[in-house]
Write a protein that binds this ligand. Structure first.
Ligand SMILES: Cc1ncc(COP(=O)(O)O)c(C=O)c1O
Length: 375
């Protein structure tokens, strides 16, 4: 099938670009001596997780219990549920563990430790647990400078009902960077904070098997992960307009995931055209406005994936996307009924709008992959 024959909006995955992005991250991890535990929240797709884990242990990161359930059912039995564990998820986490899926949980409080210990004792289980550490993002995690954090790690390691897996962080602050050099500094800070905290715990007599780190910008920029044992990027499989703007990838790498849309309105008198892709196809992520205040809500490309200069996606309602057109000749290039592709600002949020992907091989639709584990 050609793109012209597809209904829109549609989520497109370009197989060659996806595979190239995955191979590169695998090679980066291997070169720097860390294992890769890809985050699957970006795509929620078993086929893509298989590509990401070729020649690899199959360990994955998930962000919801629905993803944990779905990827466990697909045979992935080493998962890290990478949010501080919500208490209501503990019984299901125990069920998965009892059925043989290693589901690593995260905590950053004594309250969660007590809750997990009680559940582990009641079920006769030992939950594998990471201590979540704040390396500067300030979203979650213990402060590695505080003595209480060492105390919590000690309590974790001493617990009969928990298996202390190590320490884990996420450098989300790398998304505030304006380029690869800044992301390199964030990655180095993340590495240094985690390596130092692991050493502090070891000197306090706590065994720290794993040190887990890494956002996509940090993992693309890092040149050294000494002291870190695994990285957990996820967005790199698709990349997006944001990652290209902050220097994680070239814009063409972000063609791994695009949204196909149809031109449904021409308004030359006000220099605008309309697409049938709105916020429920692209999300409303504003993009890397700290790099380019006028970046718009995604990058408009033609069918082969070439950006169309002179266009700007200015606003999205639920199912409409408005495009400002600076050059009147562009209306002839994008006639009513024609198809365009949009590189979203945030591929994870845009992909979550769809239940399946159309797989592209050499520019033609060559299959369909379903997403799993959607709420
Ligand atoms: C805890 C955690 N680990 C890993 C990731 C993956 O990072 P990225 O989206 O930059 O690839 C995320 C993303 O939000 C995360 O929250």
């Amino acid at each position: 099938m050609t793109l012209k024959e597809l209904g829109t909006p549609a989520a497109l995955v370009d197989l060659d670009t996806l595979e190239r992005n995955c191979v590169r991250m695998n090679e980066r991890a291997r070169r720097l001596g860390v294992t890769l535990r890809p985050h699957v929240k970006t795509h929620k797709c078993v086929e893509i997780a298989r590509i990401q884990t070729r020649g690899h242990s199959g360990a994955l990161t998930v962000s919801t219990m629905a993803e944990a359930r779905a990827f466990a059912a697909a045979g992935f039995n080493d998962l890290t549920y990478a949010v501080p564990v919500p208490f209501h998820a503990i019984p299901e986490a125990a069920d998965l563990l009892a059925r043989g899926t290693r589901l690593n949980l995260l905590l950053d409080s004594e309250g969660a430790l007590r809750e997990l210990e009680a559940a582990g004792s009641a079920r006769g289980l030992r939950f594998p647990v990471f201590l979540k550490v704040d390396c500067g993002y300030h979203r979650a995690g213990v402060d590695p400078e505080r003595e209480e954090s060492v105390g919590l790690a000690r309590a974790l390691a001493a617990s009969l009902h928990l298996e202390f897996r190590g320490i884990l962080t996420h450098s989300g602050q790398a998304y505030r960077c304006a380029g690869a050099e800044e992301a390199l500094a964030v990655a180095e800070h993340e590495r240094a904070v985690m390596a130092a905290f692991a050493e502090k715990l070891r000197s306090a007599g706590v065994r720290v098997p794993e040190v887990s780190a890494g956002s996509t910008p940090a993992c693309c920029a890092a040149r050294d992960w000494s002291g870190v044992t695994e990285i957990r990027p996820g967005n790199y499989a698709f990349f997006d307009a944001f990652q290209a703007a902050v220097g994680s990838c070239a814009l063409e790498d972000a063609l791994a995931f695009t949204v196909l849309a149809t031109v449904i309105g021409h308004y030359p008198e006000r220099g605008a055209l309309l697409l049938d892709a709105g916020a429920l196809a692209l999300s409303k992520d504003p993009g890397a406005t700290h790099v380019d205040a006028r970046c718009g809500l995604g990058v408009l490309c033609d069918e082969p994936g070439r950006p169309i200069p002179g266009t700007r996606l200015t606003s999205l309602s639920q199912e409409h996307g408005r495009v400002a057109v600076s050059d009147p000749s562009l209306f002839a290039r994008m006639p009513l009924g024609s198809k365009v592709r949009i590189i979203p600002n945030h591929s994870c949020l845009a992909a979550a709008c769809f239940g399946s992907y159309v797989v592209l091989k050499d520019g033609r639709a060559d299959g369909k992959w379903d997403t799993v584990g959607r709420r």
